[in-house]
Design a protein around this ligand. Sequence first.
Ligand code: ADP
Ligand code: MG
Length: 427
Amino acid sequence: MADQAGDPLFHSHDPIFNRKELLHVGHVPDEDRIVGRDDEIESVAAEVGAITRGDPPNNVMIYGKTGTGKSLISRHVATRAQDAARTNEIDCGVLYVDCSEANTETRATRQLALSLKEQTEYQEGIPVRGVGTMEYYQHIWQILESCFDAIIVILDEIDKLDNSNILMQLSRAREAQKTDAYIGVIGISNKVKYRETLDERIDSSFGHRELFFHPYDASQLREIMRNREDAFQPEVLEDGTIELCAALAAKKHGDARKAIEILKEAGELARRTGSETVSEDHIQQAQEVAEINRIEELTSGATVHAKLALYALASRIITGDRETYKTREVYERYAGICELVATDPITENGLYRQLKEQAFLGVIESEKTGGGRSQGSYLLHRLVTDPKHIVKAVRRDSSLEELPTYGRLSGTESSSRAHDADLSSFT
Ligand SMILES: Nc1ncnc2c1ncn2[C@@H]1O[C@H](COP(=O)(O)OP(=O)(O)O)[C@@H](O)[C@H]1O
Ligand SMILES: [Mg+2]
């Protein structure tokens, strides 16, 4: 099996990964690799399962934080229902729509129509542009009519859809005699808040049950990762790496996606640096990279001033001896930093509003504090993440990469010392 003839530029043997695909986010693991979701699997199956007996299904909405297995369990149950239906000679289609991408009714119906066509012998062409929602519905009903007894439609991240009309259309289709096929919808949302608006958005024709997926604890996260250890070559994962990875993800609300991502990133890091094993150190570094990516994503839509305000708070925390600072204190540092990057500062009030927006993003926590009778109340800001990560994330903005790397304050490099000196002159 050895590749004597291969070009040595492209190693055919990956020293770290064996089956890396097991660590891809969209990968749907086999049933025996799914951990701690038996009740959830049964609950989803109970709602849509009638389809497998040729009876009408219930619609179901699944709520829960990211990485709690909502997408995985929905796909898993839908596929099993499809198989079970087949043994009863019922043609059941499964359709998956990621509404964070297909975020309008037109896009979502287009994707439904196109994937239905893909699963069948449907001959008619379906235009990808230039036609409206109504035409896509027509194709959907026609395909259902001619090819299916039932379908399960998974609408993932449904809160990203600009309207909920698709829910109404799908749930009324039989009543409106568009099709005889039974349609079961599984809606998924990370936002429990969506639940409140859903009732206002839809009428009673979309009857549905609700399920809540809870975060995993550290031992479940360990097992989830152990079940994918064969993504790595034997003996590559050092002792304690999975435990550490699980502990880090458990702190972040028990997010299995985060855990798997960190594990994968740690493997890539090991490979890049030519290491033969994945160590706890690689896990720590990978976790930092993941956190910086997350902050960058959260702040990607923010203004330069909001980013500078975040940076100012981070730099105060790094160089100071407190965890919380008043708006005024953040503003002083911010104004100095603006000078450094040759940007005109906005007013203190403007900055105050931007900080409040950041609080909404979950990067800063701001708390109102009574300053005693004569002083009135003021806001105290704290970061909900490591300030060094904020610094790194903000510096990724190409217009802000000149900012000093305070994260290296404790380092010995002379350049960072020079930056310390810059810093003290700000305040
Ligand atoms: N119970 C579980 N057992 C095994 N893997 C899981 C489990 N729950 C989630 N995962 C994995 O974690 C990642 C995130 O899960 P996902 O279903 O996408 O979460 P959500 O949709 O709730 O954000 C996926 O790679 C998934 O395979
Ligand atoms: Mg998901």
